[in-house]
Design a protein around this ligand. Structure first.
Ligand code: FO1
Length: 336
C-alpha cells in the first residue's frame, strides 16, 4: 500500500511514528511518502535550517529530543552561547551543536548545486527514517508574518507601522504572541513542486493530512502551485485528522494562526477550511477527538464524513491506534 502524508513538524512526526507501527502490524510492505513543509526554512548564521524536514528525519530516525520535540537528543548549545557572547543576532534561535552538523552538510551541498530533495535524501541515508521524505519544493518559499512593528514604531498619523518577520522569529522569539495580520509565503509564486511530489499524491492508495498546523504547515504545502490541484483530483481517499481538540490546539500555537485568517479554533472550523472533496475541497473523511463528538453532525453537514476517535497521541501505541483509524476510514471509502 502506498500512503502519502503531508506533514509539518512535531504533530506530523508523532503521527508518522504511529502510522509506521500500524502498517508493520496490518499492512506489511506498505510504503510511506512524506511531503514535508519547507515554509519554516530559514538562514541562521549562514546555515540553511529546515525545521520540519529535520523534525521528521530525527523523529523517525531516532535522534529527536523527546523533551523538546525538535532538535537532537543529548544536545548542547555551546556554539549558540559563543555567538551570543559576540553579540551576534539572532540569539533567540535554538541552534544546537549536534544539529549544526546537519545544517553544515545541507548548506555546503546546496552551495555545491545539489537540490534540497537530493540533500534531504543524502541526510536520510544516515537516519533511515523508514519513509521517503520529499520537500514540498526545491525552490525557496518561506513563511513570513505581517505584524505591528515590535518596536512600537508608528506612522505620522499614529497608526502602528507594519513589518514582516520570518515565521521562526514570530514562533520562537515572540511565541506567536504578536498579533499576525497575514502570513505571506515569500517566493511561492515561482515555486515548483519537488520531484515526485505530484506523483506521490496522484498515485497514492491513501493520502493523510495529519494533525499538523493546518495553516502554516499543511496549508503551506497546499500553496505550492500544483499541489492543491493534485490533492483535489487524486483517486486516493483523503483522510484528515483534527489538530484542534476541545477548542484548543493539542500542541503549538495553531490557534494564533487560525485567528489570523479569521477561523475559530474548533475541529469543525478546520474541517470547513479544508473543505469537502465533493465541492472542490480536500477531505473525504475528518477524524476528530472524542471530546468533539458533538461536532460530528456539523462536519457531516459540510459534506465531509466525520468520526470521533481518540486522537491524543500520548505515546506510539496511541498514535498507532489513530493511524489505524485513518487506514480504516480509507478502507471504508475504497470499498464504497
Ligand atoms: N522551536 C522553539 O520553540 N524554540 C527554538 O529555539 C527552536 C529551534 C529549532 C531549531 C531547529 C529546528 O529544526 C527546530 C527548532 N524549533 C524551535 C522548532 C521549530 O521552530 C518548529 O518546530 C517549527 O518550525 C514549527 O512547527
Amino acid at each position: 500500500m502506498q500512503i502519502t502524508v503531508l506533514a509539518g513538524g512535531i504533530g506530523g512526526s508523532r503521527f508518522l511514528r504511529g502510522l509506521q507501527r500500524a502498517l508493520e502490524q496490518h499492512r506489511p510492505g506498505s510504503e510511506i511518502t512524506v511531503i514535508g513543509n519547507t515554509g519554516d526554512d530559514i538562514w541562521i548564521h549562514g546555515l540553511r535550517v529546515c525545521p520540519d524536514l529535520d523534525t521528521v528525519m530525527y523523529t523517525l530516525g531516532g535522534g529527536i529530543s523527546a523533551e523538546r520535540g525538535w532538535g537532537r537528543e543529548n544536545e548542547t548549545f555551546t556554539v549558540k552561547d559563543e555567538l551570543a557572547a559576540y553579540g551576534v543576532e539572532p540569539t533567540w534561535f535554538g541552534l544546537g551543536d549536534r544539529d549544526i552538523a546537519t545544517h553544515l552538510i545541507r548548506t555546503q551541498s546546496l552551495q555545491a548545486g545539489y537540490t534540497l530533495s537530493q540533500v534531504t535524501q543524502a541526510l536520510c541515508e544516515r537516519w533511515q527514517p523508514g519513509v521517503r521524505l520529499l520537500p514540498m519544493s526545491d525552490d525557496r518559499a518561506e513563511t513570513h508574518v505581517v505584524v505591528d512593528d515590535p518596536t512600537g514604531a508608528t506612522a505620522p498619523d499614529g497608526t502602528p507601522l507594519r513589518t514582516a518577520i520570518h515565521f521562526q522569529e514570530w514562533w520562537i522569539r515572540y511565541r506567536a504572541g504578536l498579533p499576525a495580520h497575514e502570513f505571506i509565503l515569500v517566493g511561492v509564486d515561482t515555486a515548483r513542486p519537488g520531484p515526485d511530489v505530484i506523483a506521490a499524491i496522484s498515485e497514492a492508495d491513501l493520502v493523510i493530512l495529519p494533525p499538523s498546523n493546518p495553516i502554516v504547515s499543511v496549508g503551506t504545502i497546499l500553496q505550492v502551485p500544483g499541489i492543491a490541484e493534485a490533492l483535489r483530483s487524486t483517486p486516493a481517499p483523503v483522510i484528515g485528522v483534527s489538530p484542534i481538540v476541545g477548542g484548543a490546539p493539542v500542541r503549538g500555537m495553531a490557534d494564533a494562526c487560525l485567528r489570523t485568517i479569521g477561523l475559530e479554533t474548533t475541529a469543525a472550523a478546520v474541517a470547513g477550511h479544508y473543505g469537502p472533496r465533493s465541492e472542490g475541497g480536500f477531505l473525504d473523511v475528518w477524524l476528530m477527538d472524542t471530546a468533539d463528538v458533538d461536532a460530528v453532525d456539523a462536519v457531516t453537514a459540510l459534506g465531509i464524513s466525520a468520526r470521533a476517535v481518540p486522537t491524543m497521541m500520548t505515546d506510539i501505541d496511541a498514535a498507532a491506534d489513530l493511524a489505524r483509524e485513518c487506514l480504516a476510514a480509507g478502507d471504508s471509502l475504497a470499498r464504497a
